[in-house]
Design a protein around this ligand. Sequence first.
Ligand code: PMP
Length: 330
Amino acid sequence: MQTAHDTLALIGNTPLVRLKGPSEETGCDIFGKCEFVNPGASVKDRAALFIVEDAEAKGQIAPGGTIVEGTAGNTGIGLALVANAKGYKTIIVMPETQSREKMDTLRALGAELVLVPAAPYSNPGHFVHTSRRIAEETDNAIWANQFDNIANRRAHIVGTAEEIWAQMDGRIDGFTCAAGTGGTIAGVGLGLKEKDEGVTIALSDPHGAALYEYYAHGELRAEGSSVAEGIGQGRITANLEGAPIDTQYRVSDEEGMEWVRRLLAEEGLCLGLSSGINVAGAVRLARELGPGKRIATILCDTGFRYLSTLYNPEWLAAKGLDAPAHGANG
Ligand code: PMP
């Protein structure tokens, strides 16, 4: 075990775990990148660190300054812990539909939390536009702008992709994940393609997002809806521009939840729904590529962030999703 010289050095270099059920079911080796072990318990710590250090390198933020961001929660948690470690303040704008645990975590970290009603991107009250306005109106503040700030995807080109390549000894046939900002899929995709053009990059898109139709038929068109937090994009963000997507799947909440339940009951992994959707996509990619292939995906965040939702039978019933099957071994 290594000793990190500070908290920020704990971000990234996450372990890779072979997922037993998905691997056995497909005859492939399917690996999950354990992003829930980051100090903020999600993949977004990486983007938060790169965005803040990019702003510092450009002289855009000074000690005592404020970082403002609109987020489904995880980026806010990452930014708040990076800000605490570096002596900045944070103002986080979040849709009020996100999990209670994320709100409590942000408040505990000392972020100023601004909750707004969920609204379409075209509405000026959307959390992204609200956060930009607050940044403009606040002295000595920057807007992190994770959707269109490509410091986000750089974190995955130089970090996540390099780590996956090294951890899989350069033997990888496919990679898949969902997109929120698109930083992860674009960054890991670009990084892996730089190593080996032959790695298949697949988008696993939830219902309610427009990217599946865009990559399949060239048209941004959304259908249905999803309760997954942090994923489901309706436009080509700057981070998604030039993303090397070879194939795409549309994954339902039911299919994602089935893997959330199975990974918990059979492998002891407590994850959020975007991870379940990613694993469902990895299983589809494995079936498409055939037995014996090596596939990686992202385990985006911890399920402890969703105890009041995904792991709460009443909440699930209200959303029309089945209650979780309890541990197989009593
Ligand atoms: N899963 C979760 C739980 C997230 O919070 C996010 C970030 N919004 C993602 C997946 C998607 O990551 P990215 O923004 O890099 O596309």
